[in-house]
Design a protein around this ligand. Structure first.
Ligand code: FAD
Ligand code: DLZ
Ligand code: SF4
Length: 509
């Protein structure tokens, strides 16, 4: 029988991917390829490229060890055809294959390339997710709005995680209200475990340094897990050391504390190194053993079987073109501060700093600092989307676009969230210690020392009054604005406009 090609992409490095499960070891050839088309479609952070290449190389060796025939192409292989599509054609010729088994990629652009491919490509649904496309469509059908909370309850029932018979453990589905503590002085979390690069990883680091050293982001020190054993150790560490406080300080931000009590597992889960349901079950076991409180465990589980599955469902439900949406008509260029440009804003320098160092920032930094600032400033959501897709080690369009274009930039018009996530400096002062050492004054509303969030917040709300004033959850904010002294309102809007002019001119802010 002629062999079939079994495509395994960089974010599919798991024995559990559909194409491998459907393949025949005795007949088929696994194809894996490091290709310029994937490294360059956005300028990925060097740590992200290194993570994937190291994980791919180790996974290829693991498959060979289990008796698979693997055709692996390194980036610097002179025969490298440059893209997944072209590599498949090259390998098809080499092995006399005409058919490909592929697990559905997590980005529409690559799905289209495989659907239009001259070989016969059997695209199999990625069943590493808990909610299939059909199940999501069934849930979404007939609903006026897709809301994560209701989806999440279904997922709890379906998986049985944190269930007490037919009821939610602890009598409530969601303990979000217990997860909003600001940081007490000196709050510090246990840093995630760091793995010394082995020989395979070192070789990758040398390659990435030479080829992608010009991309935004620090490659070294490189400490990511690059195989399932290491990723499993990172999960163990999180459950033992960070999970107990994860709930309380989920939204907190502290200068110099890059990870606080976050899991730092998304890059591993999304690449295939860790199983998401196992992570949830491990967290649940900690709750049942009395080593982690319910608000922490429920919060963690909600992020994974709730948000993670929900945003994926939305990405596929909304179809190709989702990432290009721009409901609010924003068109400002992404300011240089996102690429490490000089800034006096402590919150932005902290969030961009950890992004540059670690290809990581935690959720509230992404949502309420860099995301909030871009939305208030009216930055083109396409540019914001490209930035998030480039700079985070966990970023693939299926998860990044609904979070950025939807949740953070409201560019989908309210599919992911019912109102925009915007705030003045108040929120940041409450949830972080950033403002204490900032050159701007968070309590200052106008003048050269005014916190930019204070100016831009009202400017945004004024620009989009027609759209948001009718939203019952925002009406009170507009009443506050309307009650403000008219001269003060004029000053705020005029200073916001001056600030935005400076942003456009590329001046440091
Ligand atoms: P924790 O805070 O410890 O959460 C535990 C796990 O829950 C994560 O590992 C992750 O698997 C999951 N999770 C949490 N929140 C979300 C969410 N909103 N969507 C999906 N999964 C979630 N997450 C990505 O995985 N890839 C992205 O490209 C991505 N882009 C984002 C862009 C923006 C603008 C925003 C606001 C959020 C984005 N997120 C993204 C979601 C979230 O910020 C990250 O999953 C989280 O910060 C990863 O860090 P952690 O592992 O320490 O997560
Ligand atoms: C992100 C990425 C990068 C940087 N490089 C590769 C690569 O060289 N080969 C590969 O198979 N996959 C890579 N990936 C992951 C793909 O971009 C990812 O599979 C698609 O975006 C779909 O999620
Ligand atoms: Fe950010 Fe404003 Fe606080 Fe400075 S004062 S850290 S700009 S929120």
């Amino acid at each position: 029988m002629t062999p079939r090609l079994v495509l395994v992409l960089g974010d599919q490095v798991s024995d559990n991917v559909a194409a491998l499960k459907a393949a025949d070891k005795a007949r088929d050839v696994v194809v894996m390829a490091e290709v310029a088309a994937e490294t360059d479609y956005v300028p990925h952070h060097p740590k992200k490229i290194a993570l994937l290449f190291a994980a791919m190389r180790k996974f290829a060796a693991h498959l060979e060890g289990k008796g698979w025939r693997v055709a692996y192409t390194r980036l610097d292989d002179p025969d490298n055809a440059g893209s997944i599509e072209a590599e498949l054609l090259r390998r098809a010729q080499e092995f006399g294959a005409t058919q490909v088994l592929a697990t559905e990629p997590g980005e529409w652009r690559l799905i289209a390339a495989l659907r239009d491919h001259p070989l016969t490509v059997h695209l199999l649904e990625d069943d590493r997710f808990l909610c299939s496309h059909a199940a999501f469509e069934g849930w979404a059908e007939g609903r006026k709005a897709l809301r994560m909370e209701y989806f999440y309850r279904e997922m709890r029932r379906k998986t049985g995680v944190l269930m007490d018979g037919g009821n939610p453990e602890g009598g409530k589905w969601n303990f979000d209200h217990d997860n909003r503590k600001g940081p007490p002085k000196g709050l510090a979390g246990p840093p995630p475990p760091r793995f010394d690069p082995d020989a395979v990883t070192e070789e990758v680091l040398t390659l990435v340094e030479a080829r992608f050293g010009h991309h935004f982001g620090a490659l070294r020190p490189f400490w990511f897990a690059t195989d399932p054993d290491q990723a499993g150790a990172a999960l163990d560490h999180f459950i033992a050391h960070a999970l107990p406080n994860f709930g309380d300080y989920q939204d907190a931000m502290v200068c110099g504390q890059d990870f606080l009590f976050h899991a730092v597992l998304s890059a591993y889960i999304n690449a295939g190194l860790l199983d998401p349901l196992e992570a949830c079950r491990r967290a649940e076991a900690a709750y049942r053993a009395g080593t982690a409180p319910l608000n922490a465990v429920e919060g963690f589980v909600r992020q994974i079987i709730g948000w993670r599955e929900f945003v994926r469902g939305v990405y596929f439900h909304e179809g190709p073109g989702y990432a290009q949406r721009n409901t609010l008509g924003h068109d400002r260029k992404l300011p240089p501060v996102y690429w490490g440009g000089e800034t006096k804003m402590r919150c932005m320098s902290e969030a961009v700093g950890v992004t540059r160092r670690e290809a990581y920032a935690h959720h509230i930094q992404r949502l309420m600092v860099t995301g909030n600032f871009a939305l208030l400033a009216g930055v083109d959501p396409g540019a914001v989307h490209e930035w998030y897709l480039s700079v985070y080690a966990d970023a693939y369009e299926w998860v990044e676009a609904p979070n950025t274009v939807g949740m953070s930039q409201f560019a989908d018009g309210g599919v992911v969230g019912s109102k925009p996530y915007v705030s003045s400096g108040n929120y940041l002062a409450k949830m972080s210690d950033y403002c204490k050492t900032c050159a701007y004054g968070v309590k200052v509303k106008t003048g050269p020392d005014a916190c930019p969030f204070n100016l831009l917040y009202w400017d945004f709300l004024t620009r989009h009054r027609d759209r948001f004033a009718q939203n019952p959850r925002m009406a009170q904010i507009y009443r506050t604005w309307d009650r403000m002294d008219a001269a003060k309102r004029d000053t705020i809007l005029s200073e916001a406009s001056t600030f935005l002019d400076r942003l456009d001119a590329g001046a440091p802010v």
